[in-house]
Design a binder for this molecule. Structure first.
Ligand SMILES: NC(=O)c1ccc[n+]([C@@H]2O[C@H](COP(=O)([O-])OP(=O)(O)OC[C@H]3O[C@@H](n4cnc5c(N)ncnc54)[C@H](OP(=O)(O)O)[C@@H]3O)[C@@H](O)[C@H]2O)c1
Length: 327
């Protein structure tokens, strides 16, 4: 069995070349479940790996792509049978484990989970790792005890993949969502997702102070860097900041004061190694809570061949919402 795949092969020094190849199933590492992939997603991490602008790949050769949806065609696992619709996301795909951008893949059963009943493979990948991470962030705020009706919640990087899904999930759950975007032209899009207000990045500056006027009950931050430091400085007493990204930088210049004087919680959110039970809970909530009309509005599906250009477009801020690719 042969399938087309987007592969990275090592070059000189730290460089590598990315290209489409026909890959035989026999070339894949051992695994229990063979999946015909119908859709994958384009995430920030995928864009870094495809363009070589970030150190994502840890071994070569590597099949790129961090998430997939498709149908089982062979299974040595009692948990899955031919015809089952499944998804795989995270778990080191495209980093240490051959990934998702391939028409046929072979995976260990431990990383495979059923596709939620109410989602098509295309919808699941329009949600993708970014949307599932947005749900993990929203769950972190809710688990902390934040209820709708209190102070507003802030979402940074709001027009991107994680941010746009977080805006729509939190707004639909009844929270007053303030969206931060560096792109003023995205205001109408973000309001259509449910944002009560859209602010520019400079409008949430705390002027470099570690503590400023309390504005937010909770924060979903994809930006890191200065924006995360500003958000922490403006989080109200006993509030929570769910930090999952570094689109604006990996550094974090703050002090202990927001934590020891206001009891602010900084909650890290990782989607890659989350235990299966929490993944299943997050995907079940996406299935139950995500407005399908909004998903149709924020999701787009492109051809497999378009991935290299889409990756550049994503990093250069020319895309909005969530991108799936059909394989
Ligand atoms: N922890 C995890 O497991 C996990 C999972 C998924 C993603 N992530 C991380 O989350 C981040 C966002 O991922 P994504 O898929 O949503 O990417 P994306 O679609 O590219 O969105 C990122 C958004 O961040 C904003 N942004 C870009 N440059 C910025 C800057 N210099 N300062 C502040 N904001 C900036 C932009 O939104 P505006 O134009 O609206 O400002 C952009 O649309 C990435 O760092 C990614 O690696 C982490």
């Amino acid at each position: 069995m042969i399938g087309r795949a987007l592969m990275a092969r090592a070059g000189e020094g730290k460089s590598y070349a990315v290209g489409f190849e026909d890959l035989a199933l026999d070339a894949w590492p051992a695994g229990d479940v063979v999946i015909r992939v119908s859709h994958s997603g384009l995430n920030y991490k995928d864009a870094l790996a495809i363009t070589g602008r970030g150190p994502i790949i840890r071994s070569f050769p590597m099949v790129l792509g961090i998430d997939l949806a498709g149908e089982v065609i062979e299974s040595a696992s009692p948990r899955f049978a031919a015809g089952d619709r499944v998804i795989v996301d995270g778990w080191g795909l495209s980093e240490t484990r051959w990934g998702a951008y391939a028409q046929v893949v072979r995976m260990p059963e431990s990383v495979v989970q059923p596709l939620p009943a109410g989602l098509s493979p295309e919808q699941a990948m329009q949600i993708g790792t970014a949307g599932y991470t947005a749900m993990l962030c929203a769950m972190a705020l809710m688990d902390h005890g934040l209820r709708p009706g209190g102070d507003a919640v802030l979402v940074t990087g709001a027009s991107g993949g994680v941010g746009s899904v977080a805006v729509s999930l939190l707004a639909r759950a009844g929270y007053e969502v303030i969206a931060v975007s560096g792109r003023p032209e995205q205001e109408a899009f973000l309001k259509s997702l449910g944002a009560a207000q859209v602010l520019g990045r400079e409008a949430v500056s705390a002027g470099g102070r570690p503590m400023a006027k309390e504005r937010w009950a909770g924060v979903v931050d994809v930006a890191g860097g200065q924006l995360l430091a500003d958000a922490i400085a403006q989080t109200r007493y006993d509030g929570i900041v769910a930090a999952c990204g570094m689109a604006g930088g990996a550094a974090l210049a703050t002090s202990v004061f927001p934590f020891i004087l206001r009891g602010v919680t900084l909650r890290g959110v990782d989607s890659v190694m989350v235990p299966m039970a929490r993944r299943l809970a997050a995907w079940a909530r996406l299935d139950a809570d995500l407005d399908r009309g909004l998903l149709a509005q924020l999701g787009r599906t492109h051809d497999f061949a378009d991935l290299p250009q889409l990756a550049v477009d994503l990093l250069e801020g020319r895309l909005q919402g969530r991108i799936a690719v059909r394989l």
